[in-house]
Design a protein around this ligand. Structure first.
Ligand SMILES: Cc1cc2nc3c(=O)[nH]c(=O)nc-3n(C[C@H](O)[C@H](O)[C@H](O)COP(=O)(O)OP(=O)(O)OC[C@H]3O[C@@H](n4cnc5c(N)ncnc54)[C@H](O)[C@@H]3O)c2cc1C
Length: 472
């Protein structure tokens, strides 16, 4: 049997613009693919049914796309990362693999797994080729003048944009060509998907497949992108791309998204160009949080970015936490947002900020509780962005504004859902209430609708939080 090249897919579930796959195909060796559904490890990383099901559905679609190119996608039977090196070595021997290709993952457990794999394979004279695809620009390629990692977004963005202008960062890699058929069977991935179900509502909302993701990207670039800045903060409007789940598991690459946005600028009016730039800067937020993860690996170890905030005496009020999770806090905007998360596996960005700030600043509950709950519900759960978003809201992270940024949930509600359309969509018990009252219904109205009174007084909670931070 001839030697083969093995591509190990992880959070890069696509055939186009995939550096590891591209390089393996260029060797001219027969290419085989492998994926390890490490369910136990994923659960330890707080992935819930929505994300597990979504990723496995994407893997099944990837297997179909690879099959069209005669590349089989095998399964690595490993429940957790610790089992991966040994089973991978067995597979490498069985298929006479001479080189293993993969795109790097940045988190510390993933890095430790890959170091072990690399060591064992190199000891057997198997070449290991590590590629980069997680961001447009390598996280450690952008540094301050004193060679430090950036701690604040805006100067990072400026440096990022300057770096982009210098290089060929947006060259997209083609899909590999069809190779000769191999005598190796792909795994039955559909059967694995069926063992890890989630609600039909979530499956319908988040279709799988690279073709579907590209269709969505193109549709957004031709329409929503041109009004993005004006509409992105209003949860009742579909004003954002909803591409986060595709990006989180690598069905789309960051490069593909950034390049598509930049291309849409051609021929756009100056006003439209501003709208597009705002979307591009959101993609740079994603790059920034990966930069933070690499530069400050303590954030991967459950530690706050700002070390002084370790001393915050967080509340362990389980009742408050449950009310928050269930969408029963008595603050309609918080409750509607949490129910959107629970029902759809996704939440609008403005609402993520509101509920995260409410949990950490109004209830003074540890951001890690919220981070874990989000990860457990989200289809787009992504360690760097989730951790970054939570720490930003809790003022333990990279927010340039100090701890006294505390949202008033009711003002946020009147500002970003003035007519209450979003509230009515997720809080059927408030459906009949008019726009004036719906953001903070009077006590009698609440009791007639079986809607709870607010679990805290926002003004008092705010004072307590300010005092807590001030005393650090
Ligand atoms: C507390 C909190 C938790 C979050 N958890 C996650 C998470 O687990 N996974 C995740 O992908 N995003 C997370 N975000 C960021 C953001 O809310 C989502 O990326 C966004 O809502 C996804 O919707 P969209 O695809 O329509 O975004 P768009 O507005 O269309 O933005 C395009 C893309 O840019 C990236 N992006 C946008 N905003 C941010 C941001 N603030 N930080 C990092 N990347 C961003 C996403 O990849 C997104 O798909 C979190 C934000 C907060 C405040």
């Amino acid at each position: 049997m001839k030697h083969t090249a093995l591509v190990w897919f992880r959070s890069d579930l696509r055939v186009s613009d995939n550096p590891a796959l591209h390089r393996a195909a260029k060797t001219g060796l027969p290419v085989i693919g492998v994926f390890a559904p490490c369910i136990k490890q994923w659960q330890q990383h707080d992935w819930g049914a929505n994300k597990i099901n979504y990723v496995l559905r994407q893997v099944a679609c990837l297997a179909d796309d690879l099959e069209k190119r005669n590349i089989p996608l095998l399964k690595l039977t490993a429940e957790d990362f610790a089992q991966v090196p040994d089973v991978l070595v067995k597979l490498v021997k069985k298929h006479k693999v001479s080189a293993v290709y993969f795109n790097d993952e940045l988190e510390i457990n993933e890095q430790a797994r890959d170091e072990k794999v690399q060591k064992q394979l190199e000891a057997m004279d198997v070449e290991v080729v590590r590629c980069h695809d997680q961001t447009v620009i390598l996280p450690n390629a952008i540094k301050t003048k004193t060679d430090d990692f950036y701690k604040v977004y805006t100067p990072y963005r400026k440096a990022w944009e300057a770096e982009l202008d210098k290089g060929e960062y947006l060259t997209l890699l083609p899909k590999p060509k069809k190779q000769s058929a191999l005598d190796i069977q792909s795994e039955n991935w559909q059967a694995i998907v069926e063992k890890h179900p989630t609600s039909q509502a979530v499956i319908d909302l988040w279709p799988a497949g690279e073709a579907a993701a590209h269709k969505q990207l193109q549709a957004f670039c031709g329409d929503g992108l041109l009004t993005y800045q004006d509409q992105r903060d209003f949860p009742a409007i579909e004003g954002t791309s909803r591409l986060s789940a595709s990006l989180a598991c690598g069905v789309l690459s960051a490069k593909q998204c950034y390049a598509a946005g930049l291309q849409a600028k051609d021929g756009a009016s100056p006003k439209e160009q501003t709208q597009i730039s705002t979307w591009l800067s959101e993609l740079i937020w994603r790059e920034f949080y990966r930069h933070v993860l690499v530069g400050f690996p303590r954030v991967c170890r459950n530690q706050p970015f700002k070390t002084a905030t370790r001393k915050i005496p967080w509340s362990d009020n389980e009742e408050h936490f449950k009310a928050w999770c269930d969408g029963r806090t008595g603050f309609p905007i918080v409750d509607a947002a949490m129910r959107q998360l629970n029902e759809t596996g996704w939440m609008h960005n403005r609402l993520r900020m509101i509920v995260a700030m409410f949990l950490t600043k109004d209830l003074l509950i540890d951001w890690r509780w919220g981070e874990r709950y989000f990860m457990n519900q989200l289809v787009d759960g992504d360690f760097a962005s989730n951790n970054g978003g939570w720490q930003w809201a809790a003022s333990t992270g990279t927010d340039a504004v100090p701890y006294f940024r505390i949202f008033n949930p009711t003002s946020q509600s009147t500002r970003f859902d003035a007519r209450g359309d979003f509230l009515r969509q997720y809080l059927p018990e408030l459906a009949e209430i008019g726009s004036k009252d719906i953001h903070d219904p009077p006590p009698l109205v609440r009791s007639s609708c079986d809607y709870p009174l607010p679990i805290v007084d926002h003004a008092k909670a705010r004072d307590k939080t300010l005092a807590t931070f001030k005393n650090l």
